[in-house]
Ligand binder design. Structure first.
Ligand SMILES: [Zn+2]
Ligand SMILES: [Zn+2]
Length: 121
């Protein structure tokens, strides 16, 4: 065979390898881009879900409203400090009751529901 063919074959195979590498890179980039898009879409969905979730019925004392009786008195058990060190840091706790008197005025709830309705419109 002529030397010319050997040069041509070497050129071809080199060219094929180069093209294959390019295609592989392009595919990988597209795959990464797709993953990025999926992650972004997921975050967006989570944000939308969080925005549409009804507010948790948590009292200002951080206890669930179910822990409060009809008078608004919180029945959750809490740790009450009974002794402090010289830095006013509690060093001893005793079991006690949360003394929250849950605020039951009309304002906070009506506000929450009004915002919910305008949000979804
Ligand atoms: Zn409370
Ligand atoms: Zn409480």
């Amino acid at each position: 065979m002529d030397w010319f063919w050997w040069v041509l074959i070497a050129f071809w195979t080199g060219g094929f390898a180069w093209a294959a590498e390019n295609i592989r890179t392009a595919l990988r980039n597209r795959h990464e881009r797709k993953l990025e898009l999926m992650a972004a879409a997921k975050q967006e969905r989570l944000a939308v879900e969080a925005a549409h979730k009804p507010p948790q019925p948590i009292c200002g004392c951080t206890h669930h409203l179910a822990k409060h009786d009809k008078q608004g008195k919180c029945h959750e058990r809490v740790e009450v400090p009974t002794a402090w060190d010289e830095n006013k840091k509690p060093v001893h706790y005793e079991a006690g009751q949360c003394n929250c008197q849950q605020y039951v005025g009309p304002q906070p709830l009506s506000q929450v529901y009004a915002e919910e309705l305008t949000d979804q419109a």
